[in-house]
Design a binder for this molecule. Structure first.
Ligand code: NAD
Length: 337
């Protein structure tokens, strides 16, 4: 909290559509009189001793404020600097990535009862970045799983389930094939589950989970799904597809001290600068942020204005079948506040 009684939040606007969707969040928060002051920082990568790093000012801002809202950052494919998203996760040890997907009234998809919460281990697994050439034409990529990181994300999943009132935690895995790595994750889950007797625990194979969720998502509404990194990456986009795509899904990166909320989608270079972007995912991420900060009543007020605007369906963006620009949609939300 700063001397004005407001909370200072680091704002990483991001690349591509980032500045446009960040503007919507700023305008809506201002109109809603949310007690937030934004501290914008630049995270354009710098090379330091041959490594890609985030500018010190950005790191200091996040460390000072302990909370940040982040737009998408573009990552070059293949060679070049390491993903900035990965760098941020590592710098702040953001060990859990929480991705809720809930059907949105007014946007018709094959299901209207999706209510999944997926927690992805965010620091290791296939994303450890340990790859090398064995001999020319043969490369090896190492999936690293540690008991420590598994325990941390699993414990968080149980705590999160308690917080949001979900009755069950389910581990999604492939321990039938990855006997040691996923086996360690699953074994650790069984131990952590004993600390939470009030929450039911079970496990499901990843392929089966994909089949079942897309067949009928309803039985997943009472569960928090928790899984190693890559599975979480893929499965969460699949769940996003069930509710209407990436324009609608928020996420929270939780660390031991710092939390960074961000939309699941990328920088959408195909529509950047055209006023076509849907800011809902970043807006819902900022709602997760307000709740995390204990500002639940502000969160609910803004959330209701968003959902009512979507449900009415008159002023929605093109990805949802509407005609509104990013700012026209934001203005419609502001009118409802
Ligand atoms: P993307 O999510 O940017 O775009 C995929 C498709 O969804 C595009 O057609 C895009 O127009 C559409 N889309 C995405 N967000 C939208 C929104 N808010 N409103 C309307 N339409 C939206 O994925 P991509 O094209 O694979 O990646 C582009 C860049 O973003 C890459 O550099 C990638 O590395 C980066 N990326 C960053 C993050 C992140 O910062 N967390 C996540 C994913 C991808």
């Amino acid at each position: 909290k700063n001397p004005n009684g407001n909370y200072t939040v680091t704002l990483i606007e991001g690349d591509g559509i980032g500045p446009e969707i960040s503007q919507s969040v700023k305008d809506i928060f201002k109109a809603a009189q949310a007690p937030i002051e934004w501290e914008p920082v630049d995270v354009t990568p710098q090379l330091k001793d041959g490594k890609t790093v985030i500018p010190d000012e950005a790191i200091e801002s996040v460390k000072r404020n302990l909370i940040a809202l982040k737009g998408p950052l573009a990552t070059p494919i293949g060679k070049g600097h390491v993903s900035l998203n990965l760098t941020l996760r590592r710098t702040f040890n953001l060990f859990a990535n929480v991705r809720p997907c809930k059907s949105i009234q007014g946007y018709k998809t094959p299901y209207d009862n999706v209510d999944t919460v997926l927690i992805r281990e965010n620091t290791e697994g296939e994303y450890s970045g340990i790859e090398h050439v064995v001999v020319p034409g043969v490369v090896q990529s190492i999936k690293l799983i540690t008991r420590r990181a598994s325990e941390r994300v699993l414990r968080y999943a149980f705590q999160y389930a308690e917080q949001v009132g979900k009755q069950k935690v389910r581990v999604v895995h492939k321990a039938t094939i990855m006997k040691m790595s996923d086996g360690l994750f699953l074994g650790t889950a069984r131990k952590v589950a004993q600390e939470f007797p009030g929450i039911e625990f079970d496990a499901e194979l990843l392929d089966n989970a994909c089949l079942k969720i897309t067949t009928d998502p309803a039985p997943y509404a009472d569960k928090v799904l928790v899984m190693p990194n890559l599975y979480g990456d893929i499965l969460s986009d699949m769940c996003a597809g069930l509710i209407g795509g990436l324009g609608l899904t928020p996420s929270a990166n939780i660390g031991e001290e710092v939390a960074i909320m961000e939309a699941v989608h990328g920088s959408a270079p195909d529509i950047a600068g055209k006023g076509l972007a849907n800011p809902t995912a970043l807006l819902l991420s900022s709602i997760m942020m307000l709740r995390y900060m204990g500002l639940g009543s502000h969160a609910s007020k803004i959330e209701k204005a968003i959902f009512d605007t979507l449900a009415e369906g008159k002023t929605i963006t093109r990805d949802l079948g509407g005609k509104a620009s990013t700012s026209e949609y934001a203005d419609a939300i502001i009118t409802r506040l």
